[in-house]
Design a protein around this ligand. Structure first.
Ligand SMILES: *Cc1c(COP(=O)(O)O)cnc(C)c1O
Length: 438
């Protein structure tokens, strides 16, 4: 066996060099366990159906780091990316990326276990403390890290609620909230998207059904529409019914609100939200990881009973280090200021020029700006023509959004220059005229 120090050498840390030195294992012979005919027939039909409906997904391969300008495989010219959740441009930020290599030098690649068995790393505790402080929860609150926000959502409801309780969920909540709610035995109520009167009604119904704890669950930002949930009004109703409020802030953490603390800060209600779940995989560096921040007691329950936490490996130390660096950048006014200024001036510029050009846009006050087109085929045709002009945007259609509400969802970033945003608008205007959209 090669000695550890050999692998630690900077030269051999390069994978290609390692392979040269030690050889690669011969590729295993291709084998295939036979699929029963009934399953093969069903999935073939399902896939054909998706292809006919235009909902079959293919993945474009990109060969550069995630940034405002990227290269797609087999194409020589770079394109401008307007479809990533890289709101602050931290996915490829020098400080964040350098931090990863620094942590790789001082920590292992991973823990090879869950935290309660093999010991919890100090850097994980540090990031949790940093998160709690970020939310002003360092005294009464705590933070628990997950491998993803999807996992945080999968664990939270089942851990905290029983069949004596109720979950009152916004009709447009993210798939991971829907799945998390499915795993929990609480009675389910649903209110129309962002509709506070309906929420009030559903909370009354939950009380009449004898539910003891009533948890209201909403996305902080609805990502298909670029709409910020009306949290101030929601808090009023939640308090009127003595319920608790859960917010999934994946599309707000790091950039929404005056200091980037998310939708709660945007509405000035951070201290009225009981639990926040969010992701490290969007604005905060774009790698992976999620967390719950909230009341100490509740987080303590999660550490002891939440299944994705107890039965899945914790975050890689390098990812934790990068997240710390990303939050440092957001927490520091000197670095945060220019990032937020650029992001919001890009979003304002795009919205103003696109509206003036006659496009119908959804949402408001967010860096997600959907260009509404209606027809699914028109949306995908338009996205194709935009790509030909060097602008990478994606069409969304049913079942991701309602039928006849197909759209191109544009996402602005602090990584975009003013010139790049203007270039995207110019391309939209050209293509829009060509397709008779404007
Ligand atoms: C993206 C997203 C998630 C999933 O986050 P991951 O960390 O990638 O698992 C969860 N909730 C919402 C609202 C999201 O937008």
């Amino acid at each position: 066996m090669a000695s550890y120090s050999v692998f630690k050498s900077p030269v051999l840390r390069n994978l290609a060099a390692c392979r040269r030195q030690f050889g690669t294992t011969a590729a295993a012979r291709s084998t295939r366990a036979r699929i029963p005919a009934a399953l093969e027939e069903r999935v073939t039909q399902a896939l054909d159906g998706m292809k006919k409906a235009g909902t079959f997904k293919t993945e474009r391969v990109i060969t550069t780091p995630q940034n405002s300008s990227i290269k797609v495989q087999n194409s020589t010219t770079p394109v401008l990316a307007f479809c990533a959740n890289n709101y602050l441009g931290l996915a490829d930020h020098l400080v964040v990326v350098q931090c990863i290599s620094q942590f790789l030098d001082t920590c292992s690649n991973g823990l090879s276990s869950v935290r309660f068995i093999c010991g919890t790393p100090k850097i994980h505790k540090d990031l949790e403390d940093q998160m709690s402080k970020f939310y002003g929860q360092h005294e009464s609150g705590d933070t628990i890290l997950y491998a993803s926000c999807f996992d945080a959502n999968a664990g939270i409801f089942e851990s905290l609620l029983t069949d004596q309780d109720a979950i009152i969920s916004d009709s447009l909540n993210h798939a991971s909230i829907i799945d998390g709610v499915r795993l929990c035995k609480a009675k389910r109520f649903r209110y129309a998207n962002g509709n506070v009167e309906d929420l009030d009604r559903q909370l009354t119904l939950a009380a009449e059904a004898g539910c003891r704890v009533k948890m209201v669950a909403t996305d902080g930002v609805f990502s298909m529409d670029g709409v910020i949930a009306p949290l101030k009004d929601i808090c009023d109703v939640v308090e009127k019914h003595d319920a608790i409020l859960f917010v999934d802030d994946a599309h707000a953490t790091g950039f929404l609100g005056p200091t980037g603390r998310g939708s709660g800060e945007y509405w000035g209600v951070m201290d009225r939200i009981h639990l926040v779940n969010s992701t490290l995989g969007k604005a905060l560096g774009g790698a992976s990881g999620g967390y719950t921040v909230g009341d100490k007691l509740l987080v303590s329950v999660l550490r002891n009973t939440s299944r994705p936490y107890l039965f899945s490996n914790t975050l890689a130390p390098s990812v934790v280090g990068a997240a710390e660096a990303a939050i440092d950048l957001v927490d520091n006014p000197t670095t945060r200021g220019p990032l937020l200024d650029q992001l919001w001036s890009n979003a304002r510029l795009f919205r103003t020029r696109m509206s003036e050009a006659g496009f119908v846009l959804a949402g408001e006050g967010h860096a997600i700006i959907p260009v509404m087109l209606g027809d699914a085929r028109l949306a995908s045709k338009m996205a194709e023509k935009m790509l030909e002009r060097g602008i990478y945007v994606v069409g969304f259609s049913y079942p991701v959004v309602p039928k006849d509400k197909a759209r191109i969802r544009v996402q602005l970033s602090a990584a975009h220059t003013t010139e790049q945003v203007n270039g995207a608008v110019d391309a939209f205007i050209e293509v829009g005229r060509e397709l008779n959209v404007i």
